[in-house]
Design a protein around this ligand. Structure first.
Ligand code: ATP
Length: 366
């Protein structure tokens, strides 16, 4: 039996709390799922590491983790440190260093949960948002000049390349084709942005032509927000730029019940380097150390990671256990209207794992 080598980076705030809960769940899963084994190695990188060492991770950090099968990540961000140190020094350093250009976020309203939409609309949510994760509005290109003067200027340049658009479009088309509805919505803003977004449209259109069985529609990003709220059942797979998808996926998380449930994968689809799996929530300093963080996002994340590792049965079993717990409603954390703490939700999911072996999907193909 071969073990999956997982680099565990809890990071900041509630990150370590939910990720350690996830490791417990994965160990419990390995105990009941034939042939499943993990070799976890912890890395204490993040803002505390920065305070000790002046860096968010060691200089050779990427080399240390490049041989792992996957990275299980918590969150990064500290109220006393600027985001360009914390985010760029760890999470984005890994995403960009490993060219994890596809960020994939599934959203479903899990059984038993009520989101802000009317129930008949809420239960129609079954989306996967594909976010371009390497360029666009977050390319880091730009600058500031004339600081403090009336003529001070700040610029961020959105960078769109043919290669970058083509590879994410291909990934999104393939993912949409692997789902039953074979339906892709491409988000754009080419009515107002006349260069990069127009190239985005042109290149996506070329890639779409190679997928004859795929139904494709196009939405301006502003109109997309309304469609997600008013007609959630008309959406399946969504392709959007780095910034657009960042915003749309927070809306998706809210419509799906709570930020504490959403999960994400940062993938290098070529599989040359490890992909990274993380809950979508941030460090949540308001609840850090209180033991009440919702770990379900970290568990769903673990299910995505299992799919990626080629363990679809284990991924499904974990999803079924999560859904059993949400459906019963007995052990829900405060963000979902319950009173259970992190440890109690974790124990409930572990207990449900023994009974869980039917069908439910993380949203990602293997
Ligand atoms: P970031 O910028 O890093 O995404 P943020 O400030 O936008 O972070 P979070 O840190 O995720 O957002 O927190 C937003 C709110 O959601 C906070 O009130 C936080 O307590 C709550 N929250 C986030 N994650 C969870 C969780 N797992 N369980 C319970 N509440 C959560």
């Amino acid at each position: 039996m071969s073990s999956h080598k997982i680099a565990v980076i809890g990071g900041d705030g509630i990150g370590p709390e939910v990720v350690e809960a996830g490791v417990k769940v994965l160990e419990a899963l390995a105990a009941v799922e034939p042939g499943l084994a993990f070799d976890f190695r912890r890395f204490d990188w993040g803002s505390d590491y920065y305070r000790r060492n002046g860096r968010m991770m060691p200089q050779d950090g990427l080399t240390q983790i490049e041989g792992f099968d996957a990275i299980y990540f918590g969150s990064v961000g500290d109220p006393n440190l600027p985001d360009d140190i914390t985010l760029w020094g760890l999470r984005l350093a890994i995403c960009q260093g490993f060219d994890q250009y596809a960020n994939v976020r599934p959203t479903r309203l899990l059984p038993g949960l009520t989101g802000p939409l009317r129930p008949e609309l809420g239960k129609q949510i079954d989306w996967v948002i594909v976010r371009e994760n390497s360029e666009g509005e977050y390319a880091g290109v730009g600058g500031r000049a004339h600081r403090g003067l009336p003529i001070e200027v700040g610029m961020d340049v959105a960078v769109f390349t043919r290669t970058g658009i083509e590879r994410i479009a291909r990934f999104a088309c393939d993912l949409a084709m692997s789902r039953p509805r074979k339906l892709l919505t491409v988000v754009t803003k080419s009515n107002a942005q006349r260069h990069g977004m127009v190239l985005w449209d042109e290149v996506v259109r070329e890639v779409v032509r190679d997928h004859p069985g795929l139904t494709v529609d196009w939405m301006l990003v502003d109109a997309m927000t309304q469609r997600m709220v008013n007609k959630p059942g008309s959406i399946d797979t969504v392709l959007a730029t780095n910034l657009h998808a960042d915003i749309l996926s927070d809306l998706a998380a809210a419509l799906g019940g709570s930020l504490g449930i959403g999960s994400t994968s940062n993938m290098d689809p070529s599989r040359n380097r490890p992909s990274m799996f993380e809950p979508i929530h941030g460090s949540a300093f308001d609840i850090t150390g209180k033991g009440v963080a919702n770990p379900l996002g970290a568990f769903w994340t673990a299910s995505l990671m299992l799919d990626h590792l080629g363990e679809p049965a284990a991924a499904r079993r974990l999803m079924v256990a999560i859904e059993t717990v949400t459906d019963r409603g007995e052990y829900l954390s405060p963000d979902l209207g319950g009173v259970a703490n992190t440890a109690e939700v974790t124990a409930a999911v572990i207990a449900a794992l023994s009974g869980a072996n039917s069908t439910s999907s993380s949203g990602l193909p293997g």
